[in-house]
Design a protein around this ligand. Structure first.
Ligand SMILES: [Zn+2]
Length: 194
């Protein structure tokens, strides 16, 4: 198990179109484990393998990363209504059906500190595989549907900021550049040497 490095937009790795997983082996399971670990450490609810520079069609989602639903019936009811049943790894997803629209203020672990509104389908049905290679079909609503669409975009090399205006995107790009300067690998290494 290992926490992997999340690429920050506009890192070129985020533009790569991910390839289908061909072999459901131990390497895939260890990628999935690492992705959950990386996502939890970063306080995210979704992660695509593209974000850790692995160009494979693998997504992890956990809409209740702190396990609050077991103590909060309202949250549990909300998650149930979205078709969400718990942490899930989604391999090689394909969109089977989509309907409705909703606007959600999205964030992304590859664009830290930025949230903005994106229009998505309210409901999506996907066909995908679990890490054992077992096929499943899933219908998701609301935030769960938004998370799936956001992560599936990553697999196509698309980040949500690309839906925003050029002006907003330029502002975000400058913020991300500053962030990179503040937290370069060199900086971390230097600190460790000290
Ligand atoms: Zn994202």
């Amino acid at each position: 198990m290992a926490v992997r490095k999340i690429r920050i937009w506009p890192d070129p790795a985020l533009k790569e179109v991910a390839k289908k997983v061909q072999t459901f082996n131990a390497e895939l399971k260890s990628l999935v484990t690492d992705m959950f670990e990386t996502m939890y450490k970063a306080n995210g609810v979704g992660l695509a393998a593209t974000q850790v520079a692995v160009p494979l069609r693998v997504i992890t989602i956990d809409l209740d990363p702190n396990g609050q639903a077991k103590d909060e019936p309202d949250l549990k009811a909300d998650l149930d209504s979205m078709g969400y049943k718990g942490p899930i790894a989604i391999i090689n997803p394909e969109l089977v059906a989509a309907e409705g629209e909703l606007i959600w203020s999205e964030g992304c672990l590859s664009v830290p500190g930025i949230n903005d509104e994106v229009e998505r389908h309210e409901t999506v049905t996907i066909k995908a595989f679990d890490p054992d290679g077992k096929v499943f079909t899933l219908t998701a609503h609301n935030l769960f549907a938004v998370a799936i669409q956001h992560e599936m975009d990553h697999l196509e090399g698309r980040v949500f900021v690309e839906y925003l205006s050029k002006l907003k995107r330029d502002v975000i790009r400058r913020k991300m550049e500053r962030l990179k300067v503040e937290s370069t690998d060199d900086g971390v290494e230097a600190a460790q040497i000290v």
